[in-house]
Design a protein around this ligand. Structure first.
Ligand code: CUA
Length: 174
């Protein structure tokens, strides 16, 4: 580790002064950097993962007064495609009951009017932080009929445990 390369009795290449163990850690660190850069690049540019931008900003004090969040609920926007605008507030979701047909693709837009909440819909990829001032958006497809309970998973106050709801997927042909 402290070999400064000054030993004239140690011939070798210019990098011989690096301890082999240290050299391997350097290689490992560089490999990690490459892996992480690739992971960020692929998720960001190929898969389209993005951090929230300006367009997702809202004023938590007025977001429920006008626009889509003034009438929270579900809307059909195409064949088998739905959009849900949902408010999270102490201590409930609005709406807290959602019904969609089997096979529906649902995009959830969720925001908070007070403190930070969370939304996790069981057995789906929907698991997000609901931060006041931001709109969190995720899309899920419901291929299996049944009930999908959802909960607030961020401690938001005394009645946090009572903050839940149900998404029902109705079987096809009904
Ligand atoms: Cu909302 Cu916990």
């Amino acid at each position: 580790m402290t070999d400064d390369g000054g030993d004239s009795d140690r011939p070798g290449s210019a990098t011989d002064w690096i301890d082999p163990l240290e050299r391997n850690w350097l290689r490992f660190s560089i490999a990690l950097l490459v892996v992480f850069s690739l992971a960020v690049g692929i998720t960001g540019f190929v898969l389209g993962f993005q951090v929230p931008g300006e367009h997702d900003r809202v004023d938590p004090n007025t977001v429920a007064d006008s626009g889509p969040f003034s009438e929270p609920g579900i809307q059909k926007i195409g064949s088998g495609e739905y959009e849900v605008y949902m408010l999270a507030k102490q201590f409930f979701f609005e709406p807290r009951e959602i019904t969609v047909p089997q096979g529906a693709t649902v995009t959830f837009h969720v925001t908070s009017t007070d403190v930070q909440h969370g939304l996790k819909i069981q057995d789906t990829n929907v698991n997000m932080q609901i931060v006041p001032g931001h709109v969190s958006t995720l899309t899920a497809t419901f291929d299996e009929a049944g009930e999908y309970p959802f909960i607030c998973h961020e401690f938001c106050g005394l009645a946090h445990a009572g903050m839940f709801g149900t998404l029902t997927v109705e079987p096809e042909g009904e």
